[in-house]
Write a protein that binds this ligand. Structure first.
Ligand code: NCD
Ligand code: ZN
Length: 345
């Protein structure tokens, strides 16, 4: 028998989009002790000044109600990001003593939200990667190969060669392949040394490609990278519940206003922040692994990033919860459906 409640000493979301939406930022702060905050805003977060301002904005948006909450900041990497700019990003906030940014994020050109100005030539970034390795900044990769030669569903597996090449060229650079969706990516992460890890979202443990466009088009299930086959989902679940510290939770919760999702050419992104932990509890219970949830959604991510932050426990209980239709104009994943777990408020 598995327990019908579980307390995580803290929850850590290693990949989240907060935009400039106060209510969204508060929803993450409510359940999580810390989160790695993505920089793909318009304008993007790319310098130490941007990061500092955005971090302050997040702290003021989240307010005092849900403390402690620590936003761990990232900067977007551009083809012309100069290695010299990393020095300032690697400094420490005066008051909190935290690092200004913990990671830099590479978006492949044209493949996701606000990535029109992303990267095509990864090798041109090698001097930057070298400097990141030296400074101890983590490299976060949206692992899909850009360019016209590759079909959408194959972009992640096609990117793995680049991942291997970067990882082997920079053995001391910590690399996170974000939101993996394929069995091939799971295998690659297992083959690569300790400095390479991956985040896994809650929705990719639940969806397959058919849930996105198998019969009807379901825009609220559409994200990048798109969910793949059942065999891929099985591999992701096995990785998530395996107890292997190379796989940890990053929600990739990515809010878009309802009218930008329910339209032609809808934006990519699935909004899960307020229900992410109950979703994970469902999956982990189903696979008899609820005792591994605390590490997947907390300890392993914190260990890889090697970050200190104040922790707050979060208790999940097995009680029915109906997912709201909307959170402040944003439709959540599985809106209106029932979950069998919820967060004890
Ligand atoms: C993200 C977003 O909306 O910012 N969308 C998504 O589909 N995952 C960007 C990203 O992480 O790819
Ligand atoms: Zn993302």
């Amino acid at each position: 028998m598995q327990p019908n409640s579980v307390t995580l000493p803290f929850a850590f979301d290693a990949h989240v989009h907060l935009r400039r939406l106060r209510s969204v930022a508060r929803l993450t702060a409510q359940h999580f002790s810390a989160a790695i905050v993505m920089p793909n805003l318009t304008p993007a977060i790319r310098s130490a000044e941007d990061v500092t301002e955005y971090s302050k904005w997040i702290m003021s948006a989240t307010g005092k109600d849900y403390l402690p909450f620590t936003p761990l900041m990232t900067f977007k990497i551009y083809p012309d990001t100069a290695p010299e700019t990393l020095k300032t990003l690697n400094e420490f906030f005066e008051l909190s003593g935290r690092q200004i940014a913990v990671a830099g994020k590479v978006y492949p050109k044209g493949l996701t939200t606000n990535a029109e100005d992303g990267i095509e030539d990864y090798f041109a970034l090698f001097p930057l990667f070298k400097k990141m390795e030296k400074l101890g900044l983590v490299l976060c990769l949206h692992g899909e190969k850009p360019g016209n030669a590759i079909e959408g569903l194959d972009r992640e597996s096609a990117f793995l060669r680049t991942l291997f090449y970067i990882a082997r060229s920079f053995p001391d650079l910590r690399i996170v392949m974000e939101h993996i969706t394929t069995e091939a990516a799971v295998e690659a992460i297992l083959q690569l040394p300790e400095n390479v890890a991956a985040t896994i979202t809650a929705h990719h443990l639940i969806l397959t490609h058919d849930d996105v466009g198998g019969d009807r088009m379901r825009p609220h299930n559409f994200c990048k990278p798109v969910a793949k086959r059942k065999s891929d989902r099985t591999a992701l679940i096995e990785a998530a519940i395996s107890g292997c510290p190379k796989f940890f939770f990053g929600s990739d919760s990515a809010p878009h206003p309802k009218d930008k999702k329910e339209c032609s050419e809808c934006c990519a992104g699935v909004f899960t922040a307020p229900i992410a932990l109950p979703l994970l509890a469902e999956v982990f219970t189903k696979h008899n692994a609820i005792n591994r949830l605390a590490n997947f959604a907390g300890g392993f991510g914190q260990m890889f990033y090697d970050v200190a932050f104040a922790e707050k426990p979060v208790t999940l209980i097995q009680e029915p919860m109906t997912i709201p239709q909307e959170y402040d104009g944003v439709v959540p994943f599985l809106a209106g459906q029932q979950l069998s777990w919820k967060v004890q408020e």
